[in-house]
Design a protein around this ligand. Structure first.
Ligand code: BT5
Length: 254
């Protein structure tokens, strides 16, 4: 049996739908909804997309050694698909797994572990990519956001983009099984903010500033603060527009 792409008109959350189907799905199967009524972000936050304007897509991984590897595969695949369509779009990764254009969020990823009999049975990694939202629709979100339409003036249809993302995920997932480190290294290299001074806001609201020195083997962010390397498993990274790097380094991930 091979992985399948399931597409539905409407669902609450593609991550939730995959969670319900998880045991019946082949490894690597994906789920896309043309409308997502109750999209979820991290830490109980909402992911808001008017019907038909965005890619809402989740992948079921049953064979990853670290939970964050699933998000890395999806993020690399999304970056490749975007670069195929809009090679000049200055899109980059922002830890833990967002895609940004300048200081505006284009895409977010929510990875959730599936626990069965007390063990990690797999990871569901869901991505939302803003496609056709107008500037007015984006302005209603509570943080700066952008869409492919706002950046390029081009409109995108969900089903073909979803098929492309599915195909690229299959390729990268196969490569991952052959050599996990190759994929993770690519993902680390595409984290364009490494080397920059950043502020991280932890879930309890505390803020720390330091130099983003790298990503640990378990996916944690490493920040050098007053000469000491500290690790952060979770949090929101703030981008200082004055320190935006030159993002022309995020080419296709091979
Ligand atoms: C994320 O959370 O960025 C993960 C978003 C994952 C969404 C996908 S869609 C398919 C799958 N099914 C789901 O139910 N979820 C996944 P976080 O880093 O917590 O960011 C959430 C924050 O982003 C919100 O609090 C808003 O400030 C902002 N936001 C909400 N909707 C947005 C949008 N469409 N574009 C940009 N920013 C948005």
């Amino acid at each position: 049996m091979t992985a399948k792409l399931i597409t539905v008109e409407s669902t609450d959350s593609t991550n939730t739908a995959v969670k319900q189907l998880f045991d019946t799905l082949e490894d690597g199967s994906c789920f896309c909804a043309l409308e997502q009524r109750a999209g979820r972000g991290r830490l109980g936050r909402k992911w808001v997309t008017p019907p038909g304007t965005a890619l809402c897509f989740s992948a079921a991984f049953k064979n990853v050694s670290e939970a964050y590897h699933a998000g890395a595969i999806v993020a690399l695949a999304a970056l490749d698909v975007l670069k195929n369509h809009l090679p000049d779009l200055p899109v980059f990764f922002k830890w833990p797994n967002d895609l940004y254009v300048r200081q505006n969020k284009l895409s977010g990823i929510l990875s959730e572990g599936v626990i069965s009999h007390g063990k990690l049975a797999g990871v569901i990694s869901g991505i939302g990519i803003n496609l056709n939202q107008s500037k007015e629709e984006l302005a209603q979100l509570d943080n700066p956001a952008t869409s492919l339409f706002a950046e390029s003036g081009c409109r995108f249809e969900i089903p073909p983009l979803s098929r492309e993302l599915f195909a690229r995920i299959q390729e990268l997932y196969a490569e991952y099984h052959h050599s996990p480190q190759t994929i993770i290294s690519r993902w680390q290299q595409a984290n364009a903010l490494i080397g920059h001074t950043l502020e991280i806001i932890r879930p309890d609201g505390t803020r720390m500033t330091g130099i983003f020195s790298g990503i640990a083997q378990d996916g944690a962010m490493l920040l050098k603060i007053n000469g000491f390397e500290e690790r952060f498993d979770c949090g929101d990274v703030k981008i200082d527009p004055a320190s935006l790097p030159d993002f022309h380094n995020s080419g296709r991930s091979e």
